[in-house]
Design a protein around this ligand. Structure first.
Ligand code: PLP
Length: 444
């Protein structure tokens, strides 16, 4: 397993030892956090942000300074979207209970979600189950997959992140060497077309087959291939569209299910509703979260019904807050806004503009080795040398922090901590996209 080269398990993390460089007010806040929240939390940036308000793609700090948010994969309709705020407030003022009472909103939400999914999981066929977080959704998907397959073996990519529970931390290698992988977990190299060339799709599928075979040799039967369909924490790997279908086929041939983790790419980010659509891949289970409530915690999964039979007949499922009417109202409002404001189409248009702009910057700034993305999920890989592709790790940290100082927020990912991760809200305008490009140009 590869971990970020700077020895910390998180890229772009604030170093508390540098707190002395902060203003007295921020230093006091950092110290208070350390005292109250303990040592496991991380802040972003060398100079952490103290944000107090958001609107659209803008964030405002305690001094009233404005930042262009090019990183937010949660408030993806735009910060504090009025229709979502109104839906939450109206339902909270009326009633909040749980799924042990009849309530229309959770059913309306399930129906609306299924309408966005392919036939095998979709309207009149699929089931939806609700949780509060993406981690819970993945955890539930794994329990269901284990019940269905009778296997335990899970294959993930080399720097995957799938969540925070015990069962997911042990299959999230991006958490670093301090968090060991489970013995039922095998990793495969990320589907990196920049370094892997045209053979990548076939090799990725072969690696998956070999990983399941390796587990089986040790008595661990196949359960699931679990991937973020944009491979965000691995470094954003969208292309060539279609390679994921080949990978899913390899998993199925081994007897495993294909679970598409749409917690990052889902809900319009890639220009379509779901990340797997670009690949023509049909998942057995789709997990979702993050942007599903535009900042309100709501998550879940959609599944082919026959896969749920064994789990459903043996286990009772109740999640106190999963699918509560307030969360369901938030998620339903998100689906309506995505449709009414045509945000997936905007993500496609503005994403194309950003990719073209970044590629144009790459002709003048040799450090930009590769630019890739789908919709508003974009990676820009920084290298020391275009021929050797050696990661420009230190430069990447400087660029991310310099952008922050100039009022533009992004972060980085990848094994070399050298891939700019650009993930603005889906409402980003052409002017805001150009502001991002101009600021990056100046920083480079
Ligand atoms: C791909 C992916 N899956 C799952 C999760 C876990 O979601 P949550 O933090 O809501 O538990 C994340 C969170 O970053 C994620 O990026």
């Amino acid at each position: 397993m590869t971990s970020p080269p700077h020895g910390m398990a998180m890229i772009n993390a604030f170093d508390p030892a540098a707190a002395t460089a902060l203003s007295p007010r921020e230093r006091a806040m950092v110290e208070r956090r350390q005292r109250l929240l303990g040592p496991a939390y991380r802040l972003f940036y060398e100079n952490p942000l103290h944000l107090v308000r958001g609107e659209g793609a803008w964030l405002f700090d305690a001094e009233g300074r404005r930042y262009l948010d090019c990183y937010n994969n949660v408030a993806s309709l735009g910060h504090a979207h009025p229709r979502v705020v109104e839906a939450i407030a109206a339902q909270a003022a009326r009633l909040n209970t749980h799924t042990r009472y009849l309530h229309d909103t959770v059913l309306d939400l399930a129906e609306a979600l299924l309408a966005t999914l392919p036939p095998a999981l979709g309207p009149g066929t699929g089931h939806v189950m609700f949780t509060c977080t993406g981690s819970e959704a993945n955890d539930l998907a794994l329990r269901i997959a284990r019940a269905h397959t009778g296997g335990e073996g899970i294959v993930v990519t080399a720097l995957a992140y799938h969540g925070v529970t015990a069962s997911l931390a042990e299959l999230s290698p991006s958490l670093g060497e301090g968090v060991p992988l489970g013995r039922h977990v095998a990793t495969v190299p990320a589907p990196d077309a920049y370094r892997g060339g045209p053979d990548m799709p076939a090799r990725f599928a072969a690696d998956i087959a070999a990983a399941f075979a390796g587990l089986a040799r040790h008595g661990i039967r196949p359960c699931a291939l679990l991937v973020d369909t944009m491979f965000t924490s691995d470094g954003v790997f969208p292309d060539p569209a279609g390679f994921l279908a080949e990978a899913a086929a390899a998993a199925r041939a081994a007897g495993a299910l294909f679970i598409a983790d749409e917690v990052q790419p889902g809900f319009g980010r890639t220009g379509g509703m779901w990340g797997f659509e670009r690949h023509g891949a049909e998942p057995d289970i789709v997990t979702m979260g993050k942007p599903m409530g535009n900042g309100h915690p709501v998550a879940g999964l959609a599944i082919r019904p026959e896969l749920l039979e064994r789990f459903g007949s043996r286990a009772r499922y109740f999640n106190t807050f999963g699918g509560n009417p307030v969360s369901a109202a938030a998620a339903l409002a998100v689906l309506h806004v995505l449709r009414d404001e045509a945000l997936p189409a905007n993500a496609a248009t503005i994403g194309t503009r950003l990719l073209a702009g970044l590629r144009s910057l790459a002709t003048r700034h040799e450090i930009l080795g590769d630019v890739r993305g789908a919709g508003l999920s974009i990676g820009a890989e920084l290298v020391q040398d275009l021929a050797t592709k050696e990661p420009a790790t230190a430069e990447t940290t400087r660029i991310v922090n310099a952008l922050r100082e100039r009022g533009v927020l992004i972060s980085a990912s990848g094994p070399g901590a050298n891939i700019l991760k650009i993930r603005p809200p889906l409402c980003l305008s052409a002017e805001q996209a150009d502001l991002f490009l101009d600021t990056l140009d100046a920083v480079l």
